[in-house]
Design a protein around this ligand. Structure first.
Ligand SMILES: O=C(O)CCC(=O)c1ccccc1C(=O)O
Ligand SMILES: [Mg+2]
Length: 321
């Protein structure tokens, strides 16, 4: 016998989380539970405002249609909406015991503001030290100074930087000029420095700073190709689609010698712990980009090891079916 449940949830965000110039006050999403006999599988469906093309309402409708058919025993293809395909495919994978339990709970600490704060957090990070710094929010010169400061303070640190396409070629050059040339090789990559892919490619060529694609993966004309200066691709499964599609993208990246970084779309702790398992499974040699739990004020259903945030259980969720 098959049973399904879909829950809607809302978690307040930490004050001041700004995404694409809008403040995200709450994170809203769905979780799905599939049961068949003794087995169950969970998945999270949380389109990210400003990033996902689908709204939560669209996702909810598509999920309900699919779940009702699945409960009747039909084998419908997964919906096309990426967040829905991702959440349902995770639930199916758990049900079939295809998503390994082992997880990579290392997360590259994310710095959006105070670099001193990051230095403290890195001091007690065991093993490979990798952190991620958002750049392009302030003056390019300030970004360059922050990068120098961090790389100077922590000699075994490698940085991932993310400009989210903020820079003109001139701003990007200003940034690069400020970074001590001896430190450039410790910039693991800089995600999407410029507004266009061609400008970003030129930046990599002219500065010797490796770049990574993130937003570009969602461009209609994006293709996985090896290019000089391109080091990595950032894969956000909630924005990508089914686990099958995520696996195919990771394989395409690895085939070309690119680093594939499994990364957060600000899922709840349920989705983030699944992403940590996906990362341990598909990208075991790469620290995933999952340090977003602390942007939220609570966890959901499954806890992230070591997190002190309260964890909501299923009695706190609103069942929709
Ligand atoms: O990649 C990470 O380490 C954290 C996730 C992150 O930066 C992010 C999270 C949600 C939306 C966009 C982004 C981004 O990469 O810009
Ligand atoms: Mg990015």
């Amino acid at each position: 016998m098959r049973c399904v449940q879909l829950y809607r949830w809302q978690i307040p965000m930490d004050a001041g989380v700004v995404l694409r110039e809008r403040r995200l006050k709450t994170r809203d999403g769905l979780v799905v539970r599939l049961t068949e006999g003794e087995r169950e599988g969970w998945g999270e469906i949380s389109p990210l405002p400003g990033f996902s093309l689908e709204t939560l309402e669209m996702a909810q409708h598509a999920a309900i249609d699919w779940l009702q058919a699945w409960r009747q025993g039909s084998a419908l293809p997964l919906p096309a909406l990426p967040s829905v395909a991702f959440g349902l495919s995770c639930a199916l994978a758990e049900l079939a015991d295809e998503l390994p339990q082992a997880a990579d709970y290392r997360a590259a600490p994310l710095c959006t503001g105070d670099p001193d704060d990051l230095v403290l957090r890195l001091a007690d990070m065991p093993g490979e030290k990798v952190a991620k710094v958002k750049v392009g929010l302030y003056e390019a010169v300030r970004d360059g100074m922050v990068v120098n400061l961090l790389l100077e303070a922590i000699p075994d640190l490698h940085l991932r930087l993310d400009a989210n396409r903020a820079w003109t070629p001139l701003k990007a050059q200003q940034f690069a000029r400020y970074v001590n040339p001896d430190y450039r090789s410790r910039i693991a990559f800089l995600e999407e420095p410029c507004k266009t892919r061609d400008d970003s490619r030129a930046f990599a060529r002219e500065t010797g700073i490796a770049i990574a694609w993130d937003e570009s993966l969602r461009d209609a004309d994006f293709a996985f190709v090896a290019e000089p200066g391109v080091k990595a691709v950032v894969i956000k499964p909630t924005l990508t689609g089914s686990l099958e599609k995520v696996k195919a993208q990771v394989a395409a990246a690895h085939q070309l010698g690119l680093t594939a970084v499994i990364s957060s779309s600000i899922e709840s702790s349920l989705g983030l712990t699944q992403l940590a398992r996906i990362a341990a499974w598909l990208t075991p040699d790469t620290i995933p980009g999952l340090d977003t739990l602390n942007l939220m004020q609570a966890q959901l259903l499954r806890c992230w090891p070591g997190s002190e945030l309260p964890c909501l259980d299923s009695t706190m969720l609103e069942p929709l079916l």
